[in-house]
Write a protein that binds this ligand. Structure first.
Ligand code: KE4
Length: 425
């Protein structure tokens, strides 16, 4: 099957990270998911900390999501016309996410971020924007940028097929370095439409903002008439019910969402201040559209999952599990003589094979990725699935409980020993 997949689909996968390229070995094919577990086509079960890269905060096939989908399926899968479920979803997002006065649903995080950037450029009449190294905002051209020739202000494409023109208005600086932002904006701040970031990085491992960083960005963008855009596709409803902006107490002008709000169905969203969102077609001139945006299956699943989170507010338990998981993993690695550090906020967490502190992607890149690969394979053999890359965040769902934590930490202890004694192949 793996051979057939690689013959017919580039790399055998419909998204690169699924190839397990950075941890070695062959990926398994999933037959089903159930709660905190995924099962492969050979009947092996794995405790799942990937959770479809964030969406499955209730775990796989949670009854409230399955029931909502079963009910909707019989009524149809898409209409291309408005439905009450879209209004219910918009009301809930506006109620729970501090920056949202209006919101539009799209089909992926990529669509959400590319639309938010277009709106920020339209609203300010400026083309340039600042992003941070290691932050991933989907694969639209303006975001596929590598550090320029030493200077931050000239983005260069980081993928063939992206024209220089698409990224020369993208500036790039290290995360958590407010001084560099202040310095850039002192000189050129009035050229910038936006500062665009993951308020806590989930695509470089898990790297939270340092105290003062987000507050500083809020102040410098206001001072120079630029918009502050939080890409909460991953942190939304993961760092708490109101996402990173509620947890860290900084309200952006625009927010992008995805993942959790679709419960595994394709959904993205962008929203924010009313005066900005009213510029979107058809009320305003900024064009954006989508055949399946807000489709009934996605809103059925998303509404069911978000309603559960709003009703049960499970974040204290999620964060406690994350804290114990990270502490137990770091302790086991250090006991095996392997430098390690890590953090857990809300239902996201990360461990670096790096003694820490890890404040930026530049720091994260110094981690021992080879040892991480050996650790990942050793865990897999014991039925535990961590994200198959050292530069991804881990997730916890409401169906990860004490027995899952105990099983995980037992596997982690053995894997750490295997890595340090070099007995892993
Ligand atoms: P999608 O277009 O993949 O739905 O969302 C893009 C995106 C935007 N913003 C943030 C903060 C994101 O984390 C993502 C997507 N995250 C990756 C995980 N590293 C998706 C996994 C994948 O690429 O397969």
């Amino acid at each position: 099957m793996w051979q057939r997949a690689q013959e017919l689909i580039p790399g055998g996968v419909n998204s690169p990270v699924r190839s397990f390229g950075s941890v070695g070995g062959e990926p398994f094919f999933v037959r089903r998911g159930a709660g905190a577990w995924v099962e492969d086509t050979e009947g092996n079960r794995y405790l799942d900390y990937v959770q479809s890269w964030g969406p499955l905060i209730l775990g796989h096939a949670h009854p409230v999501v399955v029931e909502a989908l079963e009910k909707q399926l019989r009524e149809g899968t898409s209409y291309g016309l408005i439905t009450e479920a879209e209004v219910e979803m918009a009301e809930r997002l506006v109620r729970l996410v501090p920056s949202l006065e209006m919101v539009r649903l799209v089909n992926s995080g990529t669509e959400a971020t590319m639309s938010a950037l277009r709106l920020a450029r339209a609203a300010t009449g400026r083309d340039r924007f600042l992003k941070f190294t290691g932050c991933y905002h989907g694969h639209a051209d303006p975001f596929l940028v590598a550090a320029g020739s030493g200077v931050a202000t000239l983005g260069l494409p980081n993928s063939p097929g992206v024209p220089d023109a698409a990224v020369e208005t993208t500036a790039l600086l290290p995360f958590n370095d407010l001084d560099r932002v202040e310095e850039l904006f002192r000189k050129q701040g009035d050229e910038f439409a936006a500062v665009f970031l993951e308020p806590a990085m989930g695509n470089a491992g898990f790297i939270p903002p340092e105290p003062g960083f987000l507050e500083g960005l809020r102040e410098v963008t206001e001072r120079h008439g630029a918009l502050l855009v939080f890409d909460e596709v991953m942190t939304g409803f993961r760092l708490g019910l109101g996402g990173a902006q509620a947890r860290y107490g900084v309200t952006p002008d625009l927010t992008t969402l995805g993942k959790v709000i679709g419960a595994g169905l394709p959904v993205g969203a962008f929203g924010g201040r009313r005066d900005l969102m009213e510029r979107m077609a058809p009320t305003g001139p900024v064009y954006q559209a989508g055949t399946l945006s807000g489709n009934p299956l996605a809103t059925a699943a998303g509404n069911a999952q978000l309603a559960f989170l709003e009703r049960e507010d499970p974040y204290t338990e999620l964060e406690e599990y994350g804290r114990l998981l990270v502490q137990g993993t770091v302790d086991a690695l250090q006991a095996a003589g392997i430098p390690a550090s890590g953090t857990a906020h809300g239902s996201m967490w990360g461990v670096f094979f790096h003694e820490g502190p890890v404040r930026s992607f530049e720091d994260a890149k110094e981690a021992d990725t080879d040892a991480f690969g050996r650790f990942h394979r050793a865990l897999l053999r014991q039925g535990v699935l961590f994200a198959p890359s050292p530069f991804e965040a881990g997730f916890i769902s409401v169906v990860h409980g004490p027995s899952e934590l105990e099983a995980t930490l037992t596997a982690v202890g053995k894997a750490a020993q295997e890595v340090s004694t070099g007995s892993t192949v």
